[in-house]
Write a protein that binds this ligand. Structure first.
Ligand SMILES: [Zn+2]
Length: 738
């Protein structure tokens, strides 16, 4: 019952929520709240150490203090905000003391003082009365890399929007903005040596990426009145770099190679493999012009962006062209490479040498591991954490950006209520739950994990309002994950603070995603599977949740949820949030099945692939899958699902069912059919029935279907459950037996 104890302690700690006047996100190392307030007003002045002028001016803007009252020096009068320098081992650490007539912020470095100033800004912007509550705060970040990646290739975002994003990232103490400047759908930065990259490859025939993708994917010309697109001029990019630096943020530019470069090869076709006549995204690695191009481009990029890291992509290169290209094959022979993986690795290594010769560092997606990792390179682990773990074990630095927790292009609430997204399901609480250091990574390698980053790919995000919606509030949840110590994290407490930040986002004109009126019903089955402790979660702050266990819809007199409750038999839990005596939405429901196969032993005739979920326990552990197959309850097979359940004794059987998922984008299909066989001795089985699929295979909406077999007058000890794989992936969550 470990889980139950944990849940209770979490709830106990939320008892005091609501009284505090301090709602900082991310949560600082320590906060001592005091009586009284500092009220910024016409007499307030700022005095700063000369190193902290930038932060002082910024604070003046936030609190509307005129420049004339922002002066260097350390003499404090009445109503002074003092920014002082003091030695500290951590350049990002700060101490903040707020008293009724004096605010004193100390740090060793402009980074630390900026974070102190942003804490003051947050307290001001989240207060109801423009007062700063008195407090003593000490703080420093857990990770040095706290990032957001913005894809400005699929849909261009203008400089004003990038600045707005920089302001908000800084407010939440994030410190890296990774700009995905180039991709097949558009090149977004002026290059003097290759003017066609912006006169042609930055402009396309359709504004919306999806329409363009479905068309013949043509590029247009800058002066064509019907062209859609855009790019940053060098002057604009430099201005962004300076602007970001003032807000404590480094912009990391990404130039994609050797794949995802369709737009370059449309503008400069001599860089593709010579025998390729169709459109392609891969540079020819056998052609030295490719390296001349990359070095020329990176040279101009380095002139604009002082960032130590240069991101070169490296992801998802199709290697088919290289197999058939005489030049690429010649390169493989000349360099004594084993295959096309090593050819990709050769290209990355060559670029890495160039970058490191200029005193910079190469950053790439985890595919740069394939065929051998270039020395001195840092890996962004996006296909889960595996690449990150592997690279860290090899002694390379890594930044965690796994799709499961960091892809902000995924749905954040029930897809039925949301604008179309590329897929996936990443609700706010899941972002918040992320832990960047994988449990399996050895302690002495953990320092290689520099931090984490959210990625916003924009294929399905055509406007900046929509971008806001996908980024906020999820980035606020991530900010606490990368800044605060795990011991300081608490979902309920976070929600109570976030409530005040919605007001801040409104003041900043951010089109954030509003908290859903949805109740997430989370059962925790105990180890002997005789009971389940049910917790109800929502994104709402202290909502009135009512529930029933008898299958009826909750009404205003139904049981009020006050904390986790225990269930020991099959019930349907129905819950709803109430306001002013009325349910605000349709009830959320979950069937808790205490069925005959629960916790019984399962033998796999064929193993799961890639998606083990809870391994042998998955199909009989009581848990249903959620909206995403990455939730650890859906088990994935590329073969047929073929298992035998031993009930331990002969039981009467009347109903055997299992739910499957279909989402055709990633290749997940319903089984063609399900057949159930039964046996008393585990050797001789007879068929107890078959259930056929009726979901069309071209149905591309997310679909779930329960396949059910109802044996007649049957009892047995062993159940052989078989589901025929249509093609691709088969995902199952629970085999329910009655
Ligand atoms: Zn080639």
């Amino acid at each position: 019952m470990k889980t139950f104890v944990l849940l209770c302690s979490l709830l106990a700690s939320t008892a005091t929520i609501g009284q505090s006047r301090i709602h900082l996100i991310p949560q600082p190392v320590s906060v001592q709240e005091k009586q009284g307030s500092f009220t910024p007003g016409p007499k307030t002045s700022i005095r700063y150490d000369p190193a902290f002028r930038e932060a002082a001016l910024y604070l003046g803007e936030v609190l509307s203090i005129p420049v004339a009252r922002i002066l260097p020096g350390q003499t404090a009068g009445a109503q002074t905000i003092l920014l002082s320098k003091q030695k500290s081992a951590d350049s990002a650490a700060y101490i903040l003391s707020i008293r009724p007539s004096l605010i004193k912020a100390t740090a060793s470095h402009p980074a630390g003082i900026l974070y102190a100033v942003q804490s003051i800004a947050q307290l001001y912007l989240t207060s109801r009365d423009n007062q700063l509550p008195c407090a003593e705060i000490t703080d420093k970040p857990r990770f040095g890399y706290r990032g957001l990646m913005l894809d400005v290739s699929r849909h261009f975002a203008p400089p004003e929007y990038v600045k707005k994003t920089i302001d908000l990232l800084s407010l939440y103490k994030m410190n890296r903005l990774h700009l995905h400047l180039t991709d097949g759908a558009g090149w977004r930065i002026q290059m003097d040596k290759y003017p066609k990259l912006t006169s042609k490859a930055a402009w396309r025939t359709h504004r919306n990426w999806k329409d363009w993708w479905k068309s013949d994917r043509s590029f247009s010309l800058e002066n064509n009145p019907e062209a859609h697109g855009g790019y940053f001029t060098k002057a604009q990019a430099r201005e962004l770099v300076t602007y970001a630096a003032r807000r404590g943020i480094t912009i990391i530019p990404e130039i994609e190679m050797p794949g995802h470069s369709d737009e370059v090869l449309e503008a400069y076709p001599h860089l593709k493999c010579p025998n390729v006549t169709h459109k392609t995204g891969e540079f020819c690695i056998g052609n030295d012009s490719t390296f001349t191009f990359m070095q020329d481009v990176l040279t101009e990029i380095m002139e604009i962006f002082p960032s130590t890291y240069l991101h070169i992509g490296g992801d998802e290169a199709g290697k088919g062209n290289w197999k058939k290209c005489p030049k690429c094959q010649q390169r493989i022979r000349d360099q004594k490479l084993k295959d096309e993986d090593e050819l990709q690795s050769y290209a990355i290594r060559r670029i890495e040498q160039f970058i490191s010769s200029k005193g910079r560092k190469l950053l790439g997606w985890d595919e740069i591991l394939e065929g051998g990792l270039a020395p001195g390179s840092t890996v962004m682990s996006w296909r889960g954490e595996r690449g990150g773990i592997e690279a860290a074990r090899m002694g390379h630095d890594v930044i965690m950006t796994p799709g499961s927790h960091c892809y902000f292009d995924h749905y954040q609430q029930d897809p039925a209520t949301q604008p179309e997204a590329i897929g996936g399901y990443l609700p706010l609480q899941k972002v918040y739950s992320y832990e960047p250091i994988p449990a399996e990574l050895e302690k002495e390698k953990q320092h290689h994990v520099l931090g984490a980053q959210a990625n916003v790919w924009t294929e399905y995000i055509p406007t900046t309002e929509h971008l806001d919606y996908m980024i906020f509030p999820r980035i606020i949840a991530l900010s606490e994950t990368v800044w605060s110590d795990p011991s300081k994290k608490n979902w309920d407490d976070f929600l109570s603070r976030l409530y005040y930040h919605y007001r801040l986002l409104q003041k900043k004109n951010v089109n954030y995603c509003r908290p859903a009126d949805k109740v997430d019903i989370k059962p925790a089955f105990d180890s002997t599977l005789l009971t389940a402790t049910v917790q109800l979660n929502t994104e709402q702050y202290q909502p009135e949740i009512r529930y029933t266990l008898d299958g009826t819809n909750p009404v205003s007199s139904s049981t009020l949820y006050t904390g986790p409750f225990i269930i020991n038999k099959t019930v349907q839990v129905r819950t709803a949030i109430f306001r002013n005596g009325k349910a605000v939405q349709k009830a959320d429901t979950l069937l808790l099945d205490f069925h005959k196969a629960l916790g019984k032993s399962v033998t796999y005739n064929r193993k799961w692939v890639s998606y083990p979920a809870q391994k042998e326990r998955t199909l009989v552990n009581g848990y249903k899958g959620s909206l995403t197959y990455q939730d650890g309850q859906w088990q994935g097979f590329t073969s047929d699902l073929d298992v035998v359940i031993d009930l331990g004794k002969t039981e009467a059987l009347r109903d055997v069912s299992c739910t499957f998922m279909q989402i055709t984008g990633p290749g997940v299909y319903m089984p063609d059919f399900v057949e159930v066989f039964v046996s008393d001795d585990g050797k001789t089985f007879t068929s107890a029935g078959k259930a056929l699929n009726d979901v069309p295979t071209d149905e591309n909406r997310l679909r779930f279907k329960s396949f059910r077999v109802q044996p007649v007058n049957t009892s047995a000890r062993y159940i052989h459950f078989y589901a025929k794989n249509h093609t691709g992936f088969l995902f199952a969550d629970e085999i329910v037996v009655y």
